[in-house]
Design a protein around this ligand. Sequence first.
Ligand code: F6R
Length: 580
Amino acid sequence: MCGIVGHIGKAPLRKFLFTGLSSLQYRGYDSAGIAFMDVQKNIVVYKSVGTVENLETITPQFESHIGIGHTRWATNGLPNKNNAHPQVSQHGRVAIVHNGVIENHSSLRIHLQNHGVKFQSSTDTEIIANFLEHQLLLGAKPLDAIKRLFFLFEGSFAIAVLFQGEERLYFAKRLSPLVLGRGKEGNYCASDPAALVGYANQFFDLEDGDYGYLTEEQVILYREDQMLDPRFAIKDLEHYEINLNGYSHFMLKEIEEEPSVIEKIMNKENLFSPELLSLMRNASSLRFLACGSSFHAALLAARYARSLGLDAYCYRASEFNVDPFYPQEKNAVFVLLSQSGETVDTLDSFYLLKSKGYPLISITNAKESNLARKTECHLYLDCGVEVAVAATKTYMAEVALLYRLLSEAFDKEYKTFFEEAIFSLKEVIARKNEISYLASPLARVNRFYFLGRADSYDASLECALKVKEVSGVSCEAFPSGEFKHGPIALIEKGTPILVFLGEKGGNFIRLNVEEAENRGADTTIISSCSQDDIVLPHAKGELSALSFVMFGQYLSYYLALELGKPCDRPQNLAKSVTVR
Ligand code: F6R
């Protein structure tokens, strides 16, 4: 994953690098680093393990007008200082920051070792740095050296590069995102325009195969052998501007935005084109493809589609790509969901299906993401930037958008059940304290379980994922009727089980609760019945399962607080998963 930034010009470089990197930490926060050119045109590097804030505390004040920065999600090599970027070549002539994965790194490493290169890290990025330096030693110019990467390096790379003594900021892009920015004080590059808020006002999205360099005034851009005149455009960066608005954490803020996210989707006019609605209506079957929380959102949507008489099914994108039989779905319409639009597993499915000519619809919360740009029929979630790494409001937006699409395509009234959902979510917010009381005993156990049935089972899957991600507590979800077929063996005296008793689950679930209690489980029933342990009133209608999901999101949040975990940036995670 990783985030990169670069600047050449008069902006205060230290401030820019740290501000830009901070806003890219959703892409990873295992380590961070910067490099800049000093007055003697030597490259100076600072790196540290952990967050950008850690790095900032150890970096002295400096003056320079050209520099690069990186925040890392470790792929090749452990998350230690040695493997942090920028990676510098053996003789110190090249410093590089990289987002992507070089697939043929082993053979390239051996090739360079045979030419006397000694590596200091286990990263694929150091191979790029040394390859570029080796090309310089053979007499190549920096731009030619960079161009050769496209012929010899397999895999993905978005890079920003400093060459010792050169007052130019070099860049290249294949498969990983990279945008150029232009502002009053010079030129920029970054993984995401979010890093350039307050600095650049015009932008150019690089295409795969683009490379070149920036000076303070100029942008030199090549696509293959052609020099291009890039057309920079103004972008509205308002939705990238992020602040906590008085909340203690982004996760909490984003959970509490959910009712308004759903309301916005309910009220938007002309959300779907007549062509899209007719494509849906005429589809012989619907197939959803997604990962993680987006997959869980698709589960609810597919259940709703089936209730409307459609043949609907969900595939995990990460599994879909390894089974060549799946794409033989005759006349299916495929819906690909991804809040980031950059999940490589989902993109792989997209390429596979596109090559077979299937009609494809994509749904993302990132308008300029790979998936959004590559799909002809794209739907934008438009629920504002989700800063916390774990998905919360984007999950809700995905569910709401799909329910509205299906309802409109099949002439089903939706406003009533949308309003019910908004009302019930507001009720959950009002009762969040009751959920917080549950967190303290649950934080003292090392595992617990959710049970649900039908849509409340789909909801419980999302809750268990959230608990794992945000609090680090081991948690699984089971269909309550299935529990007795094996998982019941896990129960010991006092094992906590949270049970979602929804409208569609039927009353057999109470029998399953008794079965678990008889074996020593400590059960908590969450339902809209006044006799149950936690009452979520008015959780009614087609979207009733959403109040269970919000319950689970709050619970994860409070568990993280109890356990002192960084809920906005849980360990080992990143917001866009661009590796296989
Ligand atoms: C859940 C989470 C992940 C993502 C998954 C898919 O909190 O962050 O499970 O849901 O990586 O991401 P997108 O939706 O960007 O494709």
